[in-house]
Design a protein around this ligand. Structure first.
Ligand code: ATP
Ligand code: MG
Length: 461
């Protein structure tokens, strides 16, 4: 329905665009689409974004809505956020809004804060080919990666510095027109993602654009244009040059978008997943089939929760994505004689340390992940009053969900998930009976004989 509406409006856009060839620069052909010929209405734009646009315009600066805000409205979707581009410098923007802060090193930006809504205001960027003279200007690394990009420029230059053509559309709130420098409107109609400029150069400048290609392809249901797609397979390893903290943020954007399963499959297709989760990728290739089932089921569940507007936590996501690598290492530790619990703890620490080299994991999440993993060993031990204690544990719910996930992926845990499901649905009396008759899962560990001298290692349970 939304798509049909967008299609009808598109016919109007096509027929109504004024083409102006830009004499000053032969790089782009500007199309200006008047209000009557496109579907964007001010009522679709959040009032904080409108306020920022108006205040910048009233202070005699140029200001446009740009990026995902324009793209998504043209596609009949609800934008996640609204980004604004202006010719005002960051300090000038900051001076206009008390409720703003200057952020970023690589890209200096201003965030204008309205309660929970953040409007990102970026100053038009210029070309970066000029030799870098100071820290304020563009610099690039030996791999062709842009380290800083704070050279300011014109609106046209800004458009051509953006990643995909469909992200380089500008909406003007003064006359309600859309400015299209890079043929983005046509690509929206074709539902195609196309990098602006030479794809390989653009990926080298910023390898995260490869992840963005996948994210937008799944989010928008677009295809990636052949020229834009081709270099990804060979350049995926450039992600190794990106700071781990930035990649953590990108993983969350990729996996918490509501299209995690599709995204995961596409990332693997382009050899990108292995760059983000190298240990998991190895286990998926070498390990049993149920590893892939577990990861995919976790992503299916994540997508479902997002659809139902239920909360999803990065800790659960990461605990699932790293489980195959964790289990393999745990088994290895056990088979070299370490008792199960310390074997699990050591494996957890190792897997997290290795992962943090690719994508960092903030402490608050890694602590929760470890607890969820350790609970997998504690959940089978539910006799006496242990079950009641476990249910009261702050990580019980997530750990129980994780247990179900393991069973869903084909791991045989002797009906443990069902036992916990029944336990939670029972009254106190029935719970006591269940606990009294609960047999611990699997054979009891043999008691270790006390060594005659000190220095004995003891397992924690
Ligand atoms: P969404 O907000 O829905 O994730 P978006 O397109 O708005 O999508 P943002 O990350 O909010 O993405 O960025 C806003 C705009 O900034 C983009 O549309 C694009 O024009 C530009 N941009 C962002 N990241 C890059 C990049 N790595 N290289 C070039 N341009 C970029
Ligand atoms: Mg955005």
């Amino acid at each position: 329905m939304v798509l049909k509406k967008a299609k009808r409006l598109w016919d109007r856009v096509k027929n109504g665009a004024n083409q102006l060839s830009n004499e000053e620069s032969p790089q782009s052909e500007l199309k200006i689409v008047p209000r009557d010929n496109h579907p964007i209405s001010r009522k679709d734009i959040s009032s904080p974004a409108l306020k920022v646009l108006y205040r910048l315009n009233n202070a005699n600066y140029q200001a446009y809505l740009v990026g995902g805000g324009v793209r998504d409205l043209l596609l009949g979707l609800h934008p996640k956020d609204f980004d604004i581009a202006t010719d005002a410098h960051p300090e000038e923007v900051h001076g206009l809004f008390k409720n703003s802060r200057l952020i970023g090193r690589r890209f200096k930006l201003v965030h204008v804060l309205f309660g929970r809504e953040v409007i990102e205001v970026a100053t038009f960027r210029g070309h970066h080919e000029a030799p870098a003279l100071s820290a304020n200007q563009s610099t690039s690394s030996e791999h062709g990666m842009l380290l800083r990009d704070n050279v300011y420029g014109t609106m046209e230059e800004d458009a051509l510095r953006r990643d995909f053509t469909v992200n380089a559309l500008y909406y003007c709130v003064k006359d309600f027109t859309i400015y299209d420098y890079a043929n983005g409107l046509e690509d929206i109609e074709k539902r195609e993602l196309r990098l602006i400029g030479d794809p390989e150069t653009r990926y080298r400048e910023d390898p995260v654009r490869m992840l963005r290609a996948v994210r937008f392809a799944t989010k928008l249901d677009f295809t990636i244009a052949p020229d834009t797609e081709k270099p990804i397979f060979e350049l995926s390893s450039l992600l190794g040059n990106i700071p781990a903290a930035r990649l953590f943020d990108e993983v969350l954007k990729l996996m918490l978008s509501g299209k995690a399963l599709k995204t995961f499959r596409m990332l693997r297709h382009y050899n990108l997943f292995g760059q983000l989760f190298p240990a998991t990728e190895r286990s998926l290739k070498q390990g049993p089939e149920r590893y892939l089932k577990l990861v995919e089921q976790a992503l299916i569940n994540t997508d479902e929760r997002i659809k139902q507007r239920k909360p999803v936590t990065p800790a659960f996501l990461y605990a699932s994505l790293l489980w195959p690598a964790l289990e393999e290492r745990w088994e290895k530790n056990k088979s070299s004689g370490t008792p199960p619990f310390p074997a699990l703890q050591q494996a957890a620490q190792k897997v997290i340390n290795i992962q943090c080299k690719s994508t960092s994991i903030p402490k608050r999440f890694s602590l929760n992940m470890k607890e969820m993993w350790e609970m997998q060993l504690r959940l089978p031990r539910r006799n006496g009053n242990k079950a009641a204690q476990l249910v009261a544990h702050p990580r019980f719910r997530a750990s129980y969900d994780f247990l179900l996930l393991r069973e869903q992926s084909g791991e045989d845990l002797n009906g443990l998930g069902q036992w916990w499901t029944d336990y939670q649905a029972s009254d106190e009396n029935a719970q006591r009976k269940m606990s009294n008759s609960a047999r611990e899962h699997g054979p009891r560990p043999k008691r270790r004989k006390r060594r005659p001298t000190g220095n004995s290692r003891s397992s924690t349970h």
